[in-house]
Ligand binder design. Structure first.
Ligand code: MSP
Length: 660
C-alpha cells in the first residue's frame, strides 16, 4: 500500500494529581481511534501521550499523602491501576509516553527557557495578580468571571512575587491572524471564544516562573525560580521528538504536529500561548489544535474534588474495553459537551452493538453454516440481474470509505460511525427483504440466489468491520475470523473494492461479539463495584475515641444549633489560626464567630457556604475580637496529620433553620 506520509498526533499530557477518570479516557480513546485510522489509511503515525507532573497541586497532594512529589506521581503514573495501566487496558496504541519529570525533558526545558531569555522574549519583572491553584493558572483582574477563575469557577488568590515573564503581548497580532485566517483551531466556534475572550481584550505578558514552591523545573540561571508548569508541559510535544535533547531524534520527521487533541478548557494554552512561544523560537507551528467538549455528569464537569468521577476501570471490566471505546466515540459529538450516564452506555451497547452489528454478524454466519456448511460456493459473488436491494446495499457499502474518510479527516469520529451504521442497518434490512429462510426452502431453485445474498452480507460486514477496527480493534479481529476475511481483505485499499473477500473463505459462527446487557443486573453490579472501589480508596484514618460519659436529653436540647450562611470571612490579623466569620443566622443581625481553622481553609473559599453553628455559647474574646458561637466541623487524623472539614449543608436550607 502507498505510504501517505507522516502523521503526528498528541493527547494532552495528564496531570497525575488523582487517578484518571472517564473524561480523560474520552480524549485518549479519540486520539487512539484517529491514530489507528491513519495507520490503516497508510500513514506513518507518531502518537504521543504522557503525564504533566510538576506544579503546586502535586506538591500539596504529595505532602498530604506524606510522600515526596516524585513518589506521589510515580505511583499514579506507573503504579497499579495508574495511568499506564489504564492505557494498556484501553488498548491505547501510543508510540511514545513522555513524563515531564524525565531527565531529557527537564534539561530541554531549561535550554528552551534560556533561549527565550537570551532572545529577549523572557524578562524578569514582578508579578501582581490572581492565581487559581487547582488550574495552576494566572489571571488578570479583567479576565476573572464574577471574581473567580474563568475556567473552573473556583476562587482565586492574590499573588505577588518576582518572576519571569514571556512577551505574549508581542505576538497578539500574529496569533490573532493565525486563529482568524487559518483552520489552525477547530472547531471554528472555539476561535470566537479565544478572540473575544482573550485576544481582543488585550493579551498581557505571561508570568512564566514561580518562587513560592519548588516542585517544578528549576530555572538553572536563577536559583529559587521554577518554570511555570504550562511552559514545561506544552513543550512536551517537541521534547518527546528530541527537541533540545539527545534522547530522541524524530523532530525532522514528525514536527510540526498534525493535530493536538485537547479539552476545551485548555484550548487557550494551546491556541494562544503555544503558538506564541513557537513564534518566539522561530519554529514551525502545529497544523491543527482540536478542542473537544467535556463529558458531563448530571450536567456538570466531572471532578475528583466534587466526588462525581466515573471510573473507566469499572466500566471496562463490566462491559468490555471495545464496547466502552465505541460508546465514547459514538454517543458524544467530538466538539461538543455530552452527558454521560450508565443507562446511555448500556442502551448504546444493546442497540448498536448487540442488536444492529451483533445480529448482522450472527445471523449471517449462522445462515451460511446452516445452508452451506463451512463456506459459500464458488461463483456466488456475481449475479446476472441485480435487484434494487442488491444495488442499494452494494452502492452504499462501496461508497462508505469516502464518507468515513471525510468525517475522520474532519475529526468527527461520531459522523464516521453514523455512516458505518447506516450500512449496517441497510444490511439488516437486506436480510429481511431477501428472507433467506424462505429462499432456503427450495435450494434447487433458489440456492444460487441465497448464496449471493449471503455473500453480499459478508462483504458489507467486512467493509464495516474494517472501518470499525480503529474503534474496536479486538472485536473486529474476532469478527474477521468469523466472516472469513483474510489479512489481504482487511486493508484500507480493500475497503473500497467490493468483492475483495474470497467467495469460498470459511465462515464460522462464533460467540456473540457483543452480548446483550441486562440493564437492571448491570446497574446493580456497577453500583456494587463503585461502592467497593470507594471503600478500597479510603485512606486509613484515626478517629477520636467516642465518649462514654452520657449527657441527659434535656441538657442536650439546650444547645441551639442553627444553619448560618457565610457573608464574609477574613483572617484575623496577627493570628495564624483564626478566621473571622460574618454570618447570616436568620435573625436579621450579623453574627460574628471566630474559628481556628485557617490551617484548613482559605477565607475566600468559604464565602457563600452554608454551615452549622451552635449559637448559645457564652460570648468569648479572642485576639481582641468577640466570638458569638462556634462552627461545627468533623475532625480526624490521617497519616499522623490532623484533618478538619466544616459541616457544610445544602445551599437551599435557609439561614436560621434549627437543627434538632
Ligand atoms: N496537564 C494538562 C494538559 C497539558 S497538555 C500540554 C491538563 N491535564 S488534565 O489531566 O487536567 O486534563 C487532561 C485532559 O483531560 C484535558 O484535555 C481535559 O480537557 C480532559 N478532560 C478532563 N476531564 C474531562 C471531561 N470530563 N471530559 C472530557 N475531557 C476532560 O489539562
Amino acid at each position: 500500500m502507498e505510504n501517505k506520509g507522516k502523521f503526528y498526533i498528541t493527547t494532552p499530557i495528564y496531570y497525575p494529581s488523582d487517578k484518571l477518570h472517564i473524561g480523560h479516557t474520552y480524549c485518549t480513546v479519540a486520539t487512539d481511534v484517529t491514530a489507528r485510522y491513519k495507520r490503516l489509511a497508510g500513514y506513518d503515525v507518531m502518537f504521543l501521550t504522557g503525564t504533566d507532573e510538576h506544579g503546586q497541586k502535586i506538591e500539596d497532594k504529595a505532602k498530604e499523602a506524606g510522600v515526596s512529589p516524585q513518589e506521589f506521581v510515580d505511583n499514579i503514573v506507573e503504579g497499579p491501576r495508574g495511568v499506564k495501566d489504564l492505557w494498556k487496558l484501553m488498548n491505547i496504541s501510543n508510540d511514545r509516553f513522555i513524563r515531564t519529570t524525565d531527565d531529557y525533558h527537564v534539561e530541554a526545558i531549561q535550554r528552551i527557557f534560556k533561549k527565550m531569555y537570551d532572545n529577549g522574549d523572557i524578562y524578569k519583572g514582578k508579578y501582581v495578580g490572581k492565581y487559581c491553584k487547582p488550574c495552576e493558572s494566572f489571571w488578570t483582574e479583567t479576565q476573572l468571571k464574577d471574581g473567580c477563575c474563568p475556567d473552573c469557577g473556583r476562587p482565586v488568590v492574590d499573588a505577588e512575587e518576582e518572576a519571569y515573564f514571556f512577551r505574549l503581548s508581542k505576538y497578539a497580532d500574529r496569533v490573532r491572524d493565525l486563529l482568524v485566517n487559518t483552520d489552525f483551531l477547530q472547531p471554528r466556534s472555539r476561535v470566537n471564544e479565544m478572540v473575544n475572550n482573550f485576544i481582543d481584550p488585550g493579551l498581557e505578558d505571561l508570568c512564566v516562573s514561580r518562587t513560592s514552591f519548588t516542585w517544578g523545573i528549576p530555572v538553572d540561571f536563577d536559583p529559587g525560580h521554577v518554570v511555570y508548569v504550562w511552559i514545561d508541559a506544552l513543550f512536551n510535544y517537541m521534547t518527546a521528538l528530541g527537541f533540545e535533547n539527545e534522547k530522541y531524534n524524530d523532530l525532522a520527521e514528525y514536527w510540526p504536529a498534525d493535530v493536538h487533541f485537547v479539552g476545551k478548557e485548555i484550548v487557550r494554552f494551546h491556541s494562544i500561548i503555544w503558538p506564541a512561544m513557537l513564534m518566539s523560537l522561530d519554529l514551525p507551528l502545529p497544523k491543527h489544535v482540536f478542542g473537544h467538549g467535556w463529558l458531563l455528569l448530571d450536567g456538570g464537569k466531572m471532578s475528583k474534588s466534587k466526588g462525581n468521577v466515573v471510573d473507566p476501570y469499572i466500566l471496562a471490566e463490566q462491559f468490555g474495553v471495545d464496547a466502552l471505546r465505541f460508546f465514547l466515540m459514538r454517543t458524544f459529538p467530538f466538539g461538543s459537551d455530552g452527558n454521560f450516564s450508565n443507562e446511555l452506555l448500556i442502551q448504546t451497547i444493546n442497540t448498536d452493538l448487540a442488536n444492529d452489528l451483533g445480529n448482522l454478524v450472527s445471523r449471517t454466519t449462522a445462515m451460511v453454516g446452516k445452508y452451506f456448511g463451512e463456506a459459500l460456493p464458488a461463483g456466488c459473488s456475481a449475479w446476472a440481474e441485480p435487484q434494487d436491494c442488491d444495488r442499494e446495499l452494494i452502492g452504499l457499502a462501496s461508497g462508505l470509505r469516502d464518507r468515513y474518510e471525510e468525517a475522520m479527516e474532519a475529526f468527527a469520529p461520531h459522523k464516521a460511525l453514523d455512516e458505518v451504521f447506516k450500512v449496517i442497518q441497510r444490511a439488516n434490512k437486506y436480510i429481511d427483504e431477501n428472507a433467506p429462510w424462505a429462499l432456503a426452502k427450495d435450494m434447487d431453485a433458489n440456492g444460487a440466489r441465497l448464496a449471493h445474498v449471503l455473500y453480499n452480507l459478508l462483504e458489507a460486514t467486512r467493509i464495516c468491520g474494517i472501518l470499525l477496527s480503529p474503534f474496536m480493534p479486538e472485536s473486529m479481529d474476532k469478527l474477521f475470523g468469523q466472516i472469513g476475511a483474510c489479512e489481504g481483505c482487511r486493508t484500507w485499499d480493500s475497503v473500497a473494492v467490493w468483492g475483495s473477500r474470497s467467495e469460498t473463505s470459511p465462515v464460522t459462527k462464533g460467540d456473540a461479539l457483543f452480548p446483550r446487557v441486562d440493564v437492571d443486573k448491570a446497574l446493580a453490579a456497577l453500583e456494587a463495584a463503585e461502592a467497593e472501589a470507594k471503600k478500597a480508596a479510603l485512606p486509613p484514618i484515626e478517629l477520636e475515641p467516642q465518649l462514654t460519659e452520657q449527657v441527659d436529653f434535656d441538657t442536650f436540647c439546650k444547645s441551639d444549633f442553627r444553619v448560618v450562611k457565610v457573608k464574609a470571612c477574613e483572617a484575623v490579623k496577627k493570628s495564624e489560626k483564626l478566621l473571622k466569620f460574618t454570618l447570616d443566622d436568620g435573625t436579621g443581625t450579623d453574627r460574628q464567630i471566630l474559628s481556628g481553622i485557617h490551617k484548613f481553609y482559605e477565607p475566600e473559599d468559604l464565602v457563600g457556604k452554608t454551615l452549622v453553628a451552635i449559637v448559645n455559647l457564652p460570648p468569648r474574646k479572642m485576639m481582641g475580637q468577640m466570638s458569638n458561637g462556634m462552627l461545627l466541623s468533623a475532625v480526624h487524623t490521617e497519616k499522623g496529620e490532623e484533618k478538619l472539614n466544616l459541616i457544610m449543608l445544602d445551599d437551599s436550607i435557609p439561614a436560621g433553620a434549627k437543627l434538632c
